[in-house]
Design a protein. Structure first.
Length: 147
């Protein structure tokens, strides 16, 4: 028995990838039984491997631990899905990162804005704080030392 974490899955095309503890990815077919178990990204699973003509694959997956994350509603099919990162795209001077997610139900690409926005505003306020500290230092040096 191998232990791994669900990396990606497509409920539409009924397949997925599981990453084992050695960081190796295995393809698996989504059987009706696995779908019924409400398997999702980042769930910890137990699985068996077998030789397929296209390489070693995973089968008989069993969920050991459900990964609880806040689900988002797909704007295309309205199903609740686990946001998963597909691409990152830096798009403006502030370095806003666009995160795209693919819905496992309809495979529609959905924009998910996560921590990046918060992080950027954090960096911005830190820079602003640093700027004021420098200004205060300059004023202090000018007023009390040079005079
Ligand atoms: Zn969808």
């Amino acid at each position: 028995m191998n232990k791994g974490k669900i990396k990606w899955l497509s409920l539409k095309n009924k397949y997925g990838f599981v990453t084992d503890e050695e960081d190796k990815d295995y393809y698996f077919y989504l059987t009706e039984e696995i779908i019924k178990s409400k398997i999702d990204i980042k769930d910890i699973v137990e699985f068996e491997t077998f030789n397929h003509k296209k390489g070693i694959r995973a089968k008989n997956l069993k969920i050991l631990e459900k990964h609880s994350v806040e689900k988002v509603k797909c704007p295309n099919c309205s199903e609740l899905m686990v946001p998963r990162l597909v691409i990152e795209e830096k798009n403006d001077l502030m370095g806003t990162i666009k995160k795209l997610s693919i819905c496992p139900y309809c495979e529609h690409q959905t924009m998910v804005l996560e921590e990046s926005e918060i992080e950027n505003s954090k960096i911005f306020s830190q820079l602003l704080f640093l700027f004021f500290m420098i200004m205060i230092t300059i004023v202090f040096v000018y007023e009390f030392i040079l005079n």
